[in-house]
Design a protein around this ligand. Structure first.
Ligand code: ATP
Ligand code: MG
Length: 449
């Protein structure tokens, strides 16, 4: 790529996360290039260019199948709103461009010509020492852009780095600027944090420095809520560690884990024997999570799924469960035939168990339950009204009048079939329906409405 820039008389550098990852010996996952060529000049140099962020001096170049963000060297002047620079000014030298970047580890450039590193803020030293440190004066940098503190915490979770004391200490004083950050930007950072290898690092820091209170105050209410008898930790630490122990890193599952007990403070009561009870906390937690995820602009599709997982997280399988009990469990899980939902629910459970004592549960923990579920799904027995061998029309054709009674009888038929799948035959079910109808009729309210 460098040849194209050089022939046109420009310099170009790899910058940002790709350089940081390379220095850490990790594969890079996105490519950012900084150059002294202006966006319109970049558009002339390369064949395939998408004007993705001209206002910020950025275009996306498609080169050998890769999408490369190419940004003209910039300095950013005033940030009167703490969110966006008032104007973007182009800079002449890479060093100037690096000085506007957030952290020393992100302010290293590699010359595309020969790989020479430009590292004016000793970013390599900080990467070696695993330290996240602001470029320049932390409180100034955080007052310019309130997202930077959140990024610092997110990187701490992703990379397992610690945050330089001066940088961390600057966060509480700059919270008013952080509070103005667009909720979508916080949302993106939260997702990156919870899907990282150790979310508890960033989440704890987020609580300690006051950012959690700004965006998810409901979580802060879980601090100090003891739940002795079940757990070693209070509710908040339980939620944090549960995220660490969740086997998969899917965002929806990790979010379900983070919020699965969030309503426990609201529903906690002391039972007769003096221990705490948390009745209905799964439903209340789902309700509260819906509110939080709406406020943080998650899509309805995502929040609905997260809340479904939360609502269903309280199942306690034992070998003594009958096949009918396993079928009833499956009936409660929407789309249970799609094994991904069950995998996600089981991952939530593994997280939940880890969050009790920071010990991973045995991988065999749900093995027997999984095997029984597999067997039952393979039998294709009825798990919903649509699987019954009769439908409403069949019942009406057999003489039962239209109305609410049809739905009631179908549900009763399903109950019978779940207990005994052999009953799922048209003739048997029509017979049973007649008996049930007769019983309802004796009650005197059949077909009323
Ligand atoms: P990752 O892509 O793994 O999340 P990254 O470091 O590449 O990490 P990006 O958001 O892709 O992060 O940004 C690319 C680079 O742009 C960063 O490395 C940093 O130099 C700079 N940057 C991004 N956001 C900011 C910001 N809010 N303030 C200052 N510099 C920033
Ligand atoms: Mg990046």
């Amino acid at each position: 790529m460098h040849g194209f820039f050089e022939r046109a008389g420009f310099s170009a550098y790899l910058v940002g996360g790709a350089v940081r990852d390379m220095i850490m010996g990790k594969p890079a996952h996105d490519w950012d290039v900084a150059t002294n060529a202006r966006p319109e000049e970049v558009s002339k140099i390369f064949k395939k260019v998408i004007p993705t962020g001209i206002a910020h001096g950025t275009v996306t170049v498609i080169f050998m199948g890769n999408h490369i963000e190419v940004t003209t060297f910039r300095t950013e002047a005033d940030y009167s709103d703490g969110r966006h620079p008032d104007k973007v000014e182009y800079a002449g030298r890479i060093e100037e461009d690096l000085s506007r970047r957030d952290f020393t580890m992100n302010a290293i450039a590699a010359d595309l010509k020969d790989g020479t590193l430009v590292d004016p803020f000793e970013g390599q030293k900080d990467i070696k020492a695993k330290i996240i440190r602001c470029v320049g004066e932390p409180s100034e940098r955080f007052n310019e852009d309130g997202l930077r503190p959140v990024r610092a915490l997110r990187f701490a979770s992703q990379l397992g780095f610690s945050i330089d004391k001066k940088t961390l200490d600057a966060i509480p004083g700059t919270l008013p600027v952080c509070a103005k950050v667009a909720v979508e930007r916080f949302h993106d950072e939260l997702v990156k944090m919870v899907t990282s290898p150790k979310p508890s690092i960033g989440l704890k820091l987020m609580e300690e420095c006051g950012i959690m209170q700004l965006f998810i105050p409901e979580l802060c209410k879980c601090r100090g809520v003891e739940q002795k008898g079940f757990h070693n930790f209070d509710v908040l630490d339980h939620l944090f560690y549960a995220c660490d122990g969740t086997p998969c890193t899917k965002a929806d599952v990790r979010l379900a884990v983070l919020f699965h007990d969030i309503a426990k403070p609201a529903v906690r009561a002391v039972g007769k024997d003096g221990t705490y009870t948390f009745y209905q906390h799964e439903n209340e937690s789902a309700r509260l999570t819906q509110k939080i995820m709406d406020r943080l602009h998650f899509s309805r599709q995502c929040s609905t799924y997260v809340c479904h997982l939360i609502k269903q997280h309280m199942f306690f399988y034992e070998s003594t469960w009958t096949d009918a009990a396993v079928r009833r469990f499956l009936m409660r899980i929407e789309y249970a035939q799609n094994s991904e939902v069950l995998n996600d629910l089981f991952d939530l459970r593994f997280g939940d168990l880890y969050g009790m004592n920071c010990q991973p549960a045995s991988p065999d923990h749900l093995k027997e339950f999984s095997e029984r579920i597999e067997k039952i799904l393979a039998e294709q027995s009825a798990l919903g009204l649509k699987d019954l061998a009769v439908n409403g029309k069949d019942l009406m054709a057999s003489g039962i009048p239209a109305g609410k009674i049809i739905g009631q009888i179908l549900n009763e038929l399903l109950e019978t079939v779940v207990d005994d799948p052999d009953f799922n035959r048209k003739e048997k079910l029509l017979n049973l329906a007649q008996n049930l109808y007769a019983q309802h009729n004796v009650g005197g309210n059949a077909g009323c409405n």
